[in-house]
Each structure stands twice: as structure tokens, then as C-alpha cells.
Design a protein around this ligand. Sequence first.
Ligand code: 6GU
Length: 224
Amino acid sequence: MRIDIITVLPELLKSPFEASILQRAIDKGLVEVHFHNLRDFATGKYRQVDDYQFGGGAGMVLMVEPIDKCISKLKSERTYDEVIYMTPDGNTLNQGLANEISLKKNLIILCGHYKGVDQRVRDMFVTREISIGDYVLSGGELAAAVLCDAVIRLLPGVLNDETSALTDTFQDNMLAPPVYTRPASYKGNEVPKILLSGNFPKIEQWREEQALERTRKRRPDLLE
Ligand code: 6GU
């Protein structure tokens, strides 16, 4: 997979890709992530990327021309499966959407900022609009990092134990069961005996029960 991220604040985005699982995925060559500073595609003396909105009102809007230049350059080099625009009024990200996007090959992710982008960017270039939840961030950069993390960890070979993404919370619309590690007893708090029993069919059954109980209690909406 190749991801090209277009942003006015590349420095806000880079650090999540420089540690842990994402860095390892990049080092292994399982994903390439490229950052494009929108300002590099701006013209004129002031390299302007945003402007006041027509009709008046507070807040700046990202201009269509620099975004067009950046996307057109990328598209001239390869074909893209999706141009994703990160915006709070997009489709809310969930595990199903992350799974779907993880099957793509080349992605452009455009980060909104200020009041957003000129509507013509959305009309002309964007194939998908994604939000990461019903709250407002100051820009799409952190949301793009969240999307990339959710997608990249699903790529084959990224996780150490290939099966572990399958037992994640939200796969099968279920929360994950509780987990424990050593010590078996800590300040009077015991690990459930069943987990120490070595009876793996019973352990699996216990985990399924716990997952169901947890989902019923915390997220009954997932079971509907
Ligand atoms: Cl994708 N962008 C912004 N600015 N705020 C958000 C968001 C995206 N998703 C939730 N809040």
C-alpha cells in the first residue's frame, strides 16, 4: 500500500509514523507514506493556500488551485483507488470501513483545515469523506493519523501474530474479553482460575462469554 497525505501541517502528522507498529510496517516495506506540504503547490508571492469565504463569515477556506496541483501531480505518477477527505461531516470511521480501506493499493488523504476546503475540491477530486467521530478537531491531520493507524495495522505482515487483528475489539461487532498477564495474584486480586487451567476449549468458551457480557453491558448497540 502507498499513502500520500496532503496537509498544511506535515510536522503535526509525522511523529505517529516514526514509532512502534507504523514505523515497523514502513521499515518492512509493507506500506509507503509520503507527506505533501500544500504550501509547496501554492503560487504567488505569499504562497497562499487559504482565503476568506465568499459570502462572508469567519474562518479561512483552503483554495482549490494548490490542492488541484498537488493531486494532479500525484495522479500523473500512478493511479489512485481513493481520494479521501478528512472532515467532521464525513462518514464515521469504524472497523468495517478500516477493513475495507486496508484492501486498497494507492490512497490520497487530504487533510482539511480552518473552515475546510473549497466545495469544488470535494466535487472534483474526493471519492470518500471520512470523520473519526462526532467532535471537532482543529484540523484533519490527527484524524488522518488515526485512519492510517487503523488501516496499516490490518495489512498482512504488519502485526507480529497474524491472527491478533482477528480477535480485536469490533471485529465481529464484539468487544474483546478481559486479558491478564503475570503475576497470577496481585495484592489480593486474582486472575480467573479458568485461564490457568490449561483447558483451551473451556478458556475459549469463557472468553466468548466474557466478550458477549462486556458487549451487552457497554455497547448493546453493537449487538442489534
Ligand atoms: Cl476528519 N477532521 C476534523 N477537523 N475534525 C474531526 C474529524 C476530522 N473527525 C472528527 N472530528
